[in-house]
Design a protein around this ligand. Structure first.
Ligand SMILES: [Zn+2]
Length: 53
């Protein structure tokens, strides 16, 4: 299957939600994957990607 850049951007919009307190954080998803980003509010390093459907 061919991957379209637009689809990639939509999937990984660089916006993540903290699993604990649901704060939204904007960050490159590579940083999230590497665990270099922690939540501003609760310090959690567990995030999930924000997706619309
Ligand atoms: Zn948090």
């Amino acid at each position: 299957m061919v991957k379209f850049p637009e689809a990639e951007v939509r999937k990984f919009r660089n916006v993540f939600v903290c699993r604990k307190c649901k704060t939204k954080i904007k960050s490159p998803n590579m940083k999230i994957i590497q665990g270099k980003v922690s939540c501003r509010r609760c310090g959690s390093k567990m995030f999930k990607a924000v997706r619309k459907k």
